[in-house]
Design a protein around this ligand. Structure first.
Ligand code: ATP
Length: 314
């Protein structure tokens, strides 16, 4: 019997993000281009023995920032497993273990990645076979960024970010990401954005045609020049030090730099792997970031990690 399944899930960055006005339900309509990058969490789901008194669904977390991740029912991976078991009509108890590689509260959708990982792992473990379309519906119920963590690649997001269309995108992109060493709560950033924009008439968010053309051409110079994020002024208002991080990247010739999602992670596009190395050395030496990593995109969405025994441990 299969007793354990591990899923690897990437982080996302937003190549552009436009945020519409605050809606009466408290949400905002978005237009965004998601891009999955090579920073990963791993979620392992293991069947537990109810006889030993384990919780139905429990979670443990290891890795950087693990102490800031809740271990109760508010953990997004736990919520994902609970929701899937509701859809699938109840299944055997499961223990989830998360290995964090994605910065916690960094604007790279780490919690959403864990939710997507738990969905895929539990679907395989329970042999629930809810199917891709249903899995995407459950994902959208869990959070706006969860469907993209399942899909990966490069995709246009609309609605709350959960309506996805894969983008025609060519080529590999080399990124340098600057981590801030502290987190920002996404709702605080949206609140600050609403404050900064209060009284302004805002257009409907849309993805510029120029960005889609640049992606289709596989043109990093144009993609770099078109990186944008409506949340950035709000993030910078809450964390003004990030101005310096952005300035250092620009000074060292990044094709573009932008705050990722709600931040505080800042991402820079490099010309090629060598340029990414130069940029990362400069950023590290400047002290303008707590940690600097080189990553690439696009990468696929959540995938089961094959074990020595095949698709899952037995
Ligand atoms: P966003 O998706 O809004 O960009 P983020 O990447 O900035 O989010 P996350 O790492 O997803 O931030 O975490 C946001 C908060 O969600 C954390 O502070 C934590 O309290 C909570 N959370 C719940 N479950 C998880 C999880 N499995 N991993 C990380 N954070 C989680």
């Amino acid at each position: 019997m299969t007793s354990s399944v591990t899923v690897r899930v990437p982080a996302k960055i937003n190549l552009m993000l436009q945020v519409g006005p605050l809606l009466p339900d408290g949400y905002h309509h978005l237009a965004t281009v998601f891009h999955a990058v090579s920073v990963f969490d791993e979620v392992t789901a293991t069947v537990t023995d109810p006889e030993v008194g384990d919780d139905d669904i429990s979670v443990t977390v290891e890795g950087p920032g693990a102490a800031d991740v809740p271990l109760d029912d508010s953990n997004l991976a736990v919520r994902a497993a609970v929701l899937l078991s509701d859809y699938a009509g109840g299944r055997e108890p499961v223990r989830l273990h998360i290995r964090k590689g994605i910065p916690v509260a960094g604007g790279m959708a780490g919690g959403s990645a864990d939710a997507a990982g738990a969905l895929l792992a539990c679907d395989a473990l329970w042999r629930a076979r809810v199917g891709r379309p249903r899995l995407f519906e459950v994902a959208a119920e869990l959070g706006a960024d969860v469907p993209f963590a399942l899909l990966g690649g490069t995709a246009v997001g609309s609605g709350r970010g959960d309506r996805l269309t894969p983008a025609l995108a060519r080529g590999d992109y080399h990124w340098v990401i600057a981590l801030a060493g502290r987190g920002l709560a996404t709702p605080d950033v949206y609140k600050e954005l609403d404050r900064l924009r209060s009284g302004r008439v805002l257009p409907q968010p849309r993805v510029p045609v120029s960005m889609m053309q640049a992606l289709r051409r596989g043109d990093p110079d144009s993609v770099g020049a078109l990186l944008s994020n409506d949340l950035q002024p709000a993030t910078l208002s809450l964390l003004p030090d990030l101005e310096r991080t952005l300035a250092v990247g620009t000074e060292y010739g990044a094709l573009g730099g932008v705050v990722s999602g709600s931040g505080p992670t800042v991402v820079f596009l490099a010309r090629d792997p060598e340029h990414a190395l130069d940029l990362s050395v400069a950023l590290t030496a400047s002290g303008a970031a707590a940690e600097v990593r080189r990553v690439r995109g696009p990468v696929p969405g959540a995938r089961i990690v094959p074990s020595a025994h095949g698709e899952a441990d037995s």
